[in-house]
Design a protein around this ligand. Structure first.
Ligand code: ZN
Ligand code: ZN
Length: 287
């Protein structure tokens, strides 16, 4: 156990293995005090997680989301904290993105069939459950059917960018995600910046668009990477956040809940910022 804070957890609402209720129970059992559910392109898990968190007096749950965006040939993820989970525009945009994911997954299954790899669409849907369907589900079915030896093989040889069964998704830029999150009353934070090739330009551009923070304390990051990102955040006047990005996929190799070294102070700063903004918004309304 490293931290009492984990601001990046996935549930069955996207590609996590555990339900929102289960993630909350697991976090509470591990002694965490501040957590956030950040599912891919949906806030569906937030309400059940909030209800579950109410059963644990020492646990605060921050509503969150992880919006997938496209940059050059890869993906950039933007986290949104304290989102209004009932915001109609926000939910509609995410819904459109989710639908495009389903269409894309279907197209990838078709492409695989064209390559002689026949997997059942119904099984892919079943694995995805009510959450957003994605390549991990397709890879899982390929593994079940013995077409590949590891999940990595599926991405490396078939489903990864540029591979024969790859299909593009609907596009959203990182800037658009920042604006979308702000419009829904949320605080946009750049997820795992260490996974971006040249983060400096990206961070400058997003800071102009309204980014408030960087996910500095990330599961699997080295102390050096963390130190560099703390400096980068300070240079751009951004706060720092962090989390494990726990999916529950592989408990032997995955950073566990609370496994990223997120300081309590970082979570408290995020909460302070949300309160400041909410206060500003109410004062504006009163005028
Ligand atoms: Zn991510
Ligand atoms: Zn994530």
């Amino acid at each position: 156990m490293v931290s009492r804070v984990d601001l990046h957890l996935h549930t069955t609402s996207s590609d996590g293995v555990h339900s929102p209720e289960d993630i909350v129970a697991r976090a509470a059992a591990r002694g965490l005090e501040i957590i956030s559910i950040c599912d891919h392109d949906t806030v569906e898990g937030v309400a059940p997680a909030l209800a579950a968190a109410a059963n644990y007096s020492g646990l605060t749950l921050i509503p969150g989301v992880e919006v997938s965006t496209d940059f050059q040939k890869g993906e950039v993820h933007v986290l949104g904290y304290f989102i209004d989970q009932d915001h109609p525009g926000f939910n509609q945009t995410l819904k459109t993105m989710r639908q495009s994911r389903v269409e894309r997954a279907r197209a990838m299954v078709k492409k695989l069939a064209g390559l002689g790899i026949h997997i059942e669409w119904a099984r892919v849907r079943e694995l995805a459950g009510s959450g957003s369907i994605g390549r991990p589900h397709i890879a899982q079915v390929m593994l079940e059917k013995g077409h590949i030896a590891t999940i990595g093989d599926a991405f490396y040889n078939y489903l990864g960018h540029g591979q024969p069964a790859y299909v593009e998704r609907i596009k959203m830029s990182p800037q658009e995600a920042v604006v979308l999150i702000l419009a829904a009353g949320g605080l946009p934070v750049l997820a795992h910046p260490m996974t971006i090739d040249e983060p400096e330009t990206m961070i400058s551009n997003l800071a102009v668009a309204g980014l408030v923070g960087l996910e500095v304390y990330y599961g699997g990051s080295s102390p050096d990477q963390i130190e560099q990102l703390v400096k980068t955040a300070a240079r751009h006047g951004l706060i720092t956040t962090g989390g494990s990005d726990y999916h529950g996929l592989d408990d032997n190799n995955e950073t566990p809940i609370g496994g990223a070294p997120v300081p309590m102070e970082a979570a408290l700063k995020l909460i302070d910022l949300a309160e400041e903004r909410a206060l500003k918004a109410t004062t504006k309304e009163c005028r």
